[in-house]
Design a protein around this ligand. Structure first.
Ligand code: GLC
Length: 637
């Protein structure tokens, strides 16, 4: 990839705030802006009919973002239906793919609206909330080449420890050591591979970060060791908000050093999250970041080697002020006959509590010697929480698993992300397929969704189909919310089917890991749309639900209930491997074209590309037992 900088033009507007997204030193361009038009408050581009607009990383809807309006604004959005314009991450990169493709990155830490042909199908209008931003325009040979240039510009993606490519079981609701043991025993006894069990908020004492509930988890250190001896890593959650409680070291130190976010009056903002009243560490302040990052050592010293960072958009259930206001107002409705108007006003009062936009204008950050109101730097908050931990881990020179819920481009160098609170819906399996590819464009290669869905109860067939796709996502975690149907694979009537699918993951891990690391090192996409490898194939451009995974394979997941298979488009000749169980593998060659392929619920189907090969290892029940050399070599020449 020569002429790297020649293909990237940088333009500065107003006084942009440094985001840490770009690592390359790119000089501002003295050329006039072409391709797009920039006016006082927006960036405009007229799209031709056949242009596809990829990008935006974590967002709803398809791979082609055209026809909707998105708002880049990290949000706690647990019901991300297709009408939602913001999710947990802010990834301001678009790739317009047509006769002349180009990439566009708006680097700014506050909100940006992307109207991609929603108001007018021909018009792409981008409106940053504040006109202080850096605009990058990237050209290249084709769509994929542009992505690679963009990726080079933002730096190498995070690579987790090898064992993090194993299967993980999680549930909000494992409350005690016994609960965890039951999960581990059930996996091991039934021969279901497992490398990680996640600890949700209940392991903490009163939901306080970096503490352990000693009653529920006695002799925690010993327990971690016992688990490690059984090849299980325990992965605790860390939340952004820290409980307000005198005597709690994180609170006391944070107050003393002034590391929590403050309001205009100089007092710490009090917000409500899991423990009740919390303060938010100012992750933008480098000293506070270092302080918080070092707190992870408390758990690392006990033997912990992985974390998931949560609620860091930040999610706010309420502020003290709003809560007081709502209580006062609600009182007035007590004696009223609640009619259509008053009832809705009453309901709106309660709904004004969680994640109210005005909260984000009520506190401040100390960043690089300046004070910024939160909404000016909002999209950096979660990213800098990841950075806080990531920077400390780097200094410790330890291989630690780290992923987050909120993110901004740049955080992909410090950790991965999971795709937030999805539901046990077929549409969310489909979204997982699209989102994983879109996230690969913006550097988040270590990603996956809550398999089976976080909210709602999952049906067994959805679980199986979801696993069939998720065996290809680097982060493979089954997670669900308390109150829903138990979702561990041993809870289902057809456990063997689900277990077989996970076993295929373990047989593929040597391939998955190699391809993942290769993609990171070469600024490539581990999972990508098939059109990226066949830029001149008009049919491939229409396909949103197939993907190339690494160099050698294509996947075509089934994501509809009661489907017995699906249509698959082959942009070239390929060999199908239908893995029915560890013993039975059917091979068949397909020539370029479209075919209906039968894919039963207990089968994993992969397609090997022409002139490529893959190794299938014997698998194993955990990463430590894997034969990394790989055994069967399937090739297609
Ligand atoms: C948030 C997280 C979810 C977690 C829950 C409780 O909703 O997204 O994964 O289980 O909080 O900690």
């Amino acid at each position: 990839m020569d002429n790297f900088n020649k293909n990237i033009k940088k333009y500065i507007f107003g006084e942009p705030i440094f985001t840490d997204a770009v690592v390359q030193n790119i000089k501002p361009s003295s050329d006039d802006i072409d391709i797009v038009t920039v006016s006082d408050d927006s960036i405009f581009y007229k799209m031709s009919d056949d242009e596809i607009v990829y990008g935006l990383g974590q967002s709803v809807r398809g791979l082609n973002k055209r026809g909707f309006i998105y708002n880049s604004n990290c949000s706690d959005e647990p019901t991300h239906t297709e009408d939602k314009s913001s999710l947990y991450g802010a990834h301001n990169f678009l790739l317009v793919s047509g006769k002349k493709s180009f990439g566009i990155f708006i680097d700014t830490p506050s909100e940006v609206e992307f109207d991609i042909g929603f108001s007018n199908y021909e018009k792409l209008v981008i409106k940053p909330k504040y006109v202080d931003f850096v605009l990058y325009l990237i050209t290249g040979e084709n769509a994929y080449d542009i992505v690679k240039r963009f990726r080079k510009m933002i730096g190498k993606s995070y690579i987790p420890p090898k064992w993090a490519f194993g299967y993980g079981q999680s549930r909000w609701g494992y409350k005690t050591k016994e609960d965890i043991l039951e999960v581990v025993n059930n996996h091991r006894d039934n021969g279901i591979p497992l490398d990680m069990v996640y600890l949700d908020i209940d392991y903490m004492k009163d939901f306080k970060n970096f503490t352990i509930d000693e009653e529920a988890f006695p002799e925690f250190e010993q327990f971690i060791k016992e688990m490690k001896d059984r090849n299980i890593h325990l992965i605790p959650i860390i939340d952004a908000g820290c409980k307000v409680q005198k005597g709690y070291d994180v609170y006391d130190e944070g107050i003393e050093k002034g590391y929590f976010c403050k309001k205009a009056d100089g007092k710490e903002i009090v917000c409500g999250v899991w423990p009740g009243a919390v303060h938010f560490p100012d992750f933008l302040n480098s000293e506070a970041r270092d302080w918080f990052g070092n707190k992870y050592k408390k758990l690392i010293d006990k033997g912990i080697d992985g974390f998931w960072n949560d609620m860091n958009e930040p999610a706010i259930f309420y502020t003290d002020e709003q809560l007081d206001y709502v209580f006062d107002e609600i009182e007035k409705y007590k004696t009223q006959n609640l009619d259509i108007y008053s009832f809705f006003a009453f309901k709106d009062l309660i709904q004004s509590l969680p994640n109210n936009k005005k909260y984000y204008e009520q506190f401040y950050h100390n960043y690089d010697g300046k004070v910024y109101r939160h909404d000016k730097v909002h999209n950096l908050y979660g990213a800098f929480m990841t950075r806080a931990a990531g920077e400390v881990f780097e200094k410790m020179d330890k291989d630690i698993l780290l992923f987050s819920r909120a993110s901004y481009i740049g955080a992909h160098r410090y950790g991965g992300i999971w795709q937030g609170d999805n539901h046990s819906w077929w549409s969310h399996l489909k979204m997982n397929i699209h989102m994983t590819m879109s996230l690969n464009m913006v550097g988040f290669l270590f990603t996956g969704a809550d398999i089976g869905g976080f909210g709602s109860s999952v049906s067994e067939d959805l679980m199986a189909r979801w696993l069939q796709f998720a065996i290809f996502t680097p982060l493979m975690r089954n997670h669900s919310a308390l109150g829903n149907r138990p979702q561990e694979v041993y809870q289902f009537a057809n456990m063997e089917t689900l277990k077989n699918i996970i076993e295929v993951r373990y047989r593929l891990i040597p391939y998955i890991y190699d391809e993942f690391v290769k993609a990171v090192c070469n600024d490539e996409m581990y999972m990508r749309p098939i059109a990226f490898d066949y830029p001149d194939d008009d049919m491939a451009k229409k396909v949103e639900d197939q993907a190339f995974v690494g160099d050698s394979i294509m996947i075509a997941p089934v994501y509809e209930q009661n489907a017995k298979g699906r249509y698959v488009y082959f942009p070239d000749d390929m060999k199908m491997l239908k893995i029915i169980s560890n013993e039975q593998i059917i091979e068949k060659i397909y020539t370029k074209g479209q075919y209906y392929i039968d894919i039963a619920i207990d089968e994993v189907v992969i397609f090997i590309r022409k002139d490529k090969k893959i190794c299938l290892s014997d698998g194993g029940k955990c990463i430590n037992e894997l034969d990394w050399g790989g055994n069967l070599l399937y090739s297609f020449y």
